[in-house]
Ligand binder design. Structure first.
Ligand code: PRX
Length: 645
């Protein structure tokens, strides 16, 4: 259970005090124009905005209206042409200990060279490009090169399979793909180019593919379509950055929701840049000489905002790690921290819990004294993991910055703010809203929840980092996020506000799971199961998991026409091949029928209740109760098998 009454006294190193935060926060809410005017100057602009916010298209908001800028200029050029030119922008490390250090000047060269190549290959402002890469320096280079010429990029997480890639490419109409021959994870080769080839069999818009030679493993290259990265770039080239409008789209990032197909969240340029850079300063207070390690993948929003844009805009040095935090040994992460003297580590509760499981001797055997601040993201952090992180990793001296946010919010919205005050932390609470953020917890009936009462979290005021829309989906944007009018933006999360005004995030209120911090829709998994061709009906839900937060449980009815009855393993393998490991359910239970309403809707609520041995509640809407007995039988059989093992 979360302990809401017992905050830890953190004032010893939290400086300045909460007083400053309170004033900044109040100013941001009472006088947002002035507040955001100052915040805007974290970026350099070709020409200044005319107004801070345009609300005429509500619930679409436009920030820093008519301001002109280029985010690659802000992230790269202004450092590459100044005193930071020889500072490391990135230290890349892999599981084997290989290392590559790229300075801001070096990054400038790479970004320009690739930007030129993209132009020569016919990519123009507004065109879409897809990026499917391992965690290598060329990944941020690809994002920045795209931004430099005004193309809109979509990064597809390298754990996704061919069908997931094709869906995303088709939704955004990408013209070009940047990938690599492959990558490594846990010592295993990941054939990225091969997967792209399979995906492109189902797309029509892609004209060219640029392939980074990273592993040296053989890949097939299609004449006239595929080009080696090294053949298309020329280090001497320079490209004038495109003057972008503040509200031009910068990227599209697909994320799971309540419906089957992932939604393409579109982020803009100016407001997004302002938000990620400021929130990083407010929350983590990074210093000029720090080594910042955000251990997320660039394929998710955390990597976009806090490996690529915020740290580069602020001119910091980041670690980029290609690999798994516990491979080749359980102390890999601690080894890297002590070797590079990392100052700030930012990772997920799942990572913390799995590292905790190995025991204290691993962190103890390394010198972690360089750490000054620790961060957490992606899912609620349970107090036990929080305390272990705080005591064993931070030596009871580093604040834990539990950042609550989402793909759609662009950057942090609720988080401790070491950069602008806050005195108390409570293990398990993301603490207080960032400046400009106006959270409210509402009950189903629309009334405000009392302190300590669970409700739905809304953010009443817009903020610069929020998405500018959904790709090709105005209806969902309006209904899913802003369907309750004056209540503002709906997060989809349950939360509690305690009597001290601290926020406790309690997980998703919708059909979205958080598995190892990855956001996965139950309907998305059901669709993946159906698309194997082996399954006729599927019902999916999440169950609590000690390390991963949640695991995926599915009940399926097989297609009657399949000649041979497929095994659970065959179903899982088919999902893996098509969509990647992310969507593979941990449990697949084969049953003869699933509980459905009379109108034919599968009732996940009932399957889950039976699974959990809860009384499933009202069954009157069920088409037939027989399916409930079948589920019970399948579960009993499964549990007996597990016990027998
Ligand atoms: O449920 C919340 C959870 O992650 C969701 C957003 O997922 P995604 O868009 O993939 O972005 C993850 C990285 C920002 C939220 O709706 N979540 C994220 N951070 C936290 C969290 N839940 C509790 N505490 C957090 N710090």
């Amino acid at each position: 259970m979360t302990d809401q009454s017992n905050p830890l006294p953190f004032d010893s190193f939290m400086n300045p005090s909460l007083g400053k935060y309170t004033k900044i926060y109040r100013d941001s809410i009472e006088n947002p124009e002035k507040f955001y005017e100052d915040a805007g100057w974290v970026l350099d602009w070709y020409s200044k905005w005319e107004t801070i916010i345009d609300r005429t298209g509500e619930p679409y908001y436009r920030w820093y209206v008519n301001g002109k800028l280029n985010i690659s200029y802000n992230a790269v050029d202004r450092h590459a042409n100044g005193p930071r030119r020889n500072k490391a922008a990135y230290i890349w490390v892999d599981e084997k200990g290989n290392e590559k250090i790229v300075t801001y000047r070096g990054l400038y060269r790479r970004v320009n060279a690739l930007a030129k190549a993209l132009l020569e290959m016919g990519v123009k402002k507004g065109d879409r490009i897809a990026i499917y890469m391992p965690m290598i320096i060329e990944e941020p280079v690809a994002m920045l090169a795209s931004a430099r010429i005004g193309a809109v990029f979509t990064v597809i997480f390298s754990g996704f399979g061919a069908e997931a890639i094709a869906d995303r490419i088709n939704d955004c109409g990408a013209k070009l793909v940047i990938t690599a021959d492959g990558g490594y994870r846990r010592g295993k080769f990941i054939p990225l180019k091969e997967t792209v080839d399979k995906a492109l069999e189902h797309t029509k818009t892609v004209e060219s593919v640029i392939v980074v030679k990273h592993t040296g493993q053989p890949v097939s290259m299609t004449e006239g379509r595929d080009y080696w990265y090294s053949d298309v770039i020329n280090d001497k080239e320079e490209v004038e950055p495109e003057r972008m409008d503040s509200n031009d789209p910068l990227f599209i990032l697909y994320t799971s929701g309540t419906t089957g197909k992932p939604k393409g969240v579109v982020h803009g340029t100016g407001g997004y840049g302002v938000w990620v850079a400021n929130t990083m300063k407010w929350a983590f207070d990074p210093q000029e000489t720090d080594r910042w390690w955000c251990a997320a993948d660039i394929g998710w929003i955390t990597g976009h905002s806090y490996i690529v844009f915020a740290p580069l805009i602020l001119g910091l040095t980041s670690i980029i790690y290609e690999g798994s935090l516990d491979y080749p040994g359980p102390d890999q992460v601690w080894k890297i921290i002590s070797y590079y003297e990392v100052d700030i580590l930012y990772t997920s509760p799942t990572a913390i819990r799995s590292l905790m499981k190995y025991g204290d001797e691993y962190p103890k055997s390394h010198n972690l004294s360089s750490l000054r601040v620790l961060g957490s993201v992606g899912e609620p952090i349970n107090p036990v993991a929080w305390e272990w992180y705080y005591e064993k990793i931070g030596n009871s001296q580093c604040p834990i910055i539990d950042t609550y946010w989402q793909t759609e919010t662009g950057g942090f919205v609720i988080s401790p703010v070491t950069g602008i005050g806050t005195t108390l932390l409570k293990p398990g609470s993301a603490t207080l809203p960032l400046p400009g953020i106006d959270p409210v917890i509402l009950k189903q009936d629309g009334g405000e929840a009392a302190p300590g009462e669970k409700g739905l979290l809304f953010l009443r005021k817009p903020w610069p980092g929020m998405m500018i829309g959904l790709n090709n989906d105005d209806k969902k944007y309006r209904t899913l996020y802003f369907g309750r009018g004056k209540d503002g933006y709906y997060t989809g999360d349950y939360a509690i506000k305690d009597k001290d005004g601290y926020y406790w995030l309690l997980g998703r209120a919708d059909e979205v799971l958080k598995v190892s911090g990855h956001r996965i829709g139950t309907v998305e998994v059901e669709d993946a199961l159906l698309s194997t061709g082996l399954v006729a009906e599927a019902g999916v839900f999440g169950k609590p998991h000690q390390i991963k937060g949640e695991s995926i449980v599915s009940f399926v009815v097989l297609k009657s026409d399949s000649r041979m009855e497929p095994s659970v393993d065959a179903i899982k393998e088919k999902v893996r091949q098509k969509f990647g490991p992310l969507l593979v359910p941990d449990e697949v239970h084969i049953v003869g029928s699933l509980p459905k309403t009379r109108s034919g809707k599968i009732m996940r609520r009932i399957i889950k209740a039976v699974y959990q041995n809860d009384i499933p509640g009202d069954l009157t809407t069920l088409e037939s109760e027989a399916s409930v007995d079948e589920i019970k039988e399948a579960i009993d059989k499964f549990r007996n098998e597990m016990d027998g093992n």
